[in-house]
Design a protein around this ligand. Structure first.
Ligand code: ATP
Ligand code: MG
Length: 567
């Protein structure tokens, strides 16, 4: 577990220190130029947000630049839909690559030339071993690898074969171009890594121009070099690839960016593997990449999370050199903190119970003044209609109240938020003995919610006027996974078995105040006493749909206490 707590601003971290140092020594001539390099094989998730905030954030802080680069070297898994969603998401998070959007596939010609250059220099060879054989020859962490029998082909033969690979003369997987480095290297990545593979597949941008594609390692550093990146910031699993990154740019004699690795974000109850997220989408376990339960940025946006909350979260968790797991509750804390400042308050009743105020004049409506946001008085007030028949939450009434139950029950008086004091005088039951209607009287002197005689009530409950209420669908979300580490499974089970069967509850007929008519998609509200909600894009004027973003209770204090207890 990272020991970062949200009280730290997260403005300083070791990557920033390296940059500060480089600026001091003039290593890159005072430039800071980063890039965010997603592979367009899925939607971006909250882990990517950490990388985006870091790369774009550092560039902005030091007056530098950050490129958006699509790392599109796997034609079989990449699609335009993903490219579009990635661009959308980075913008939504609040970052701008200006005119600097690039594709690794833009560099395929250059990369090919560089492969030829290394071949001519005797640093690369065409190998006829199958993928399986290459794996066998590679050796292990404790045993050196074995040299390929094709390793000592002449430069002429290699050049001719590589050209024929490019011309499409050979079937998929029959040959590769490999770097000639060191089969005995303690670093497996340096044991003659594959540079090019044969793949007769259409690419989403280059079409059928190529039937050989460069490997990630042969692409990434050179792409950084072409774009004159100064600090190539990536996640820790690439630490062992850095010697190879350096080797390629050195052998090619080209501009040399510096790779820096930081810890991946992991979150409790959350999976951040695009492959597994794709499985959830393909198997219909969720409604799509933007299902509000998904950890994708499209999903959590639809859930009602704001870019500000995500940026604050990313700042607070900081970056380090050791992988850990952050509690999901910390992300929720930042969502609450942001929405508390900006969300319009409204009243909504999820599970309605009819309340009839017997002494309130029939046919009368009053407009009660309600505060839109106590945290921001500039948001003003609104008028909420009040009448003789109201809805309250079923939970706010008990016929036989347990001890310490202070909400409505027979003979008890409570305050209706922005309304009056009411006292319960009786109930109406259905054939099953269920309370279907509560009868009350109100005290006209308590208009606005205060008693002139100074008497107190122990509870304030929310309500909506039955005649004025809108019917709404409300979707309540819980964690998509029931276990803290969804990847941990028993023998014979998969992460799918860890799905939480209760992750979505649809409330089809909630009652909401008329103010909510026609709020645009993604508008944020606080439903008083219930939580933060946002308008789902499925919402229409006739059929409003709200997603619960997060409940009101903040677990931050608990999280901090747990963190302190950790070694
Ligand atoms: P996956 O393995 O799930 O497909 P990836 O790392 O291959 O994820 P990319 O599209 O290559 O996904 O990621 C783009 C950038 O975002 C990379 O620099 C990567 O290191 C970074 N990134 C991906 N996941 C995380 C994460 N969980 N935390 C921080 N950075 C991440
Ligand atoms: Mg990747």
């Amino acid at each position: 577990m990272n020991s970062t707590t949200p009280t730290e601003t997260g403005t300083s971290n070791f990557v920033r220190e390296i940059i500060l140092d480089d600026l001091k020594t003039g290593k890159f001539g005072g430039r800071v130029h980063t890039r965010f390099p997603p592979e367009p094989n899925g939607y971006l998730h909250i882990g990517h947000a950490k990388s985006i905030c870091l790369n774009f954030g550092l560039a902005a802080e030091f007056g530098g630049k950050c490129n958006l680069r699509f790392d599109d070297t796997n034609p079989e898994k990449e699609e335009q839909e993903y490219v579009d969603s990635i661009m959308d998401t980075v913008r939504w998070l609040g970052f701008d690559w200006e005119e600097r959007m690039y594709y690794a596939s833009d560099y395929f010609d250059q990369l090919y030339e560089w492969a030829v250059q290394l071949t001519k220099a005797g640093k690369a060879y065409v190998c006829d071993l199958s993928a399986e054989e290459v794996r066998k020859y590679r050796g292990t962490l404790t045993e050196p690898g074995k040299e390929s029998p094709y390793r000592n082909r002449s430069v002429e033969e290699n050049l001719a074969l590589f050209e024929r690979m490019r011309a499409g003369e050979f079937p998929d997987g029959s040959r590769t171009l490999r770097s000639k480095i060191d089969m005995a290297s303690p670093n497996l990545n340096m044991r003659d890594p594959v540079m090019y593979r044969i793949l007769h597949a259409s690419h989403h941008r280059t079409g059928d121009k190529w039937c050989i594609y460069p490997m990630y390692d042969f692409t990434h550093g050179q792409s950084d070099s072409i774009e004159h990146i100064t600090h190539s910031i990536c996640t820790l699993e690439f630490e062992d690839h850095r010697p190879l990154y350096d080797w390629y740019v050195e052998q090619l004699g080209i501009y040399h960016p510096q790779q820096i690795e930081f810890d991946r974000l992991n979150l409790t109850y959350t999976l951040l593997s695009k492959r597994k997220l794709l499985t959830l989408v393909e198997e219909g376990r969720v409604s799509g990449w933007d299902d509000p339960r998904m950890p994708t940025l499209a999903g959590i946006r639809r859930r009602g999370y704001t870019p500000e909350a995500i940026r604050n979260f990313c700042g607070a968790i900081g970056v380090s050199k050791t992988n850990g797991t952050i509690e999901f509750g910390l992300l929720e804390h930042f969502v609450r903190e942001d929405l508390n400042k900006r969300a319009q308050r409204v009243m909504a009743v999820l599970r309605p119970l009819r309340v009839v105020i017997d002494n309130y004049p029939e046919g009368q409506t009053e407009e009660m003044e309600a505060i839109n946001n106590p945290e921001d008085i500039s948001m003003g007030t609104r008028r909420v209609p009040f009448s003789r028949v109201l809805y309250i939450e079923q939970d706010d009434f008990r016929e036989d109240p347990p001890k310490h139950y202070y909400r409505l029950s027979p003979g008890k008086e409570v305050r209706l938020r922005y309304g009056y004091f009411i006292t319960c005088t009786g109930v109406v039951k259905d054939a099953n003995g269920e309370v279907v209607e509560v009868h009350c009287t109100y005290d006209p002197a308590t208009h606005g919610g205060n008693a002139p005689d100074g008497r107190k009530v122990k509870s304030t409950i929310h309500w909506v006027s039955a005649a004025h209420a809108l019917d709404a669908e409300v979707r309540l979300y819980e964690n998509l996974f029931a276990s803290e580490d969804p990847n941990r499974t028993e023998e014979g089970k998969t992460f799918i078995d860890n799905l939480n069967p209760q992750s979505l509850e649809v409330v089809p007929h909630a009652k909401v105040e008329p103010f909510l008519a026609g709020g645009g998609a993604f508008s944020h509200y606080q439903f008083e006493r219930l939580g933060y909600f946002c308008v789902d894009p499925d919402s229409t004027r006739e059929h409003p749909v709200f997603n619960r973003t997060v409940g009101l209770r903040d677990a931050l204090a608990k999280i901090e206490k747990r963190e302190k207890g950790r070694p």
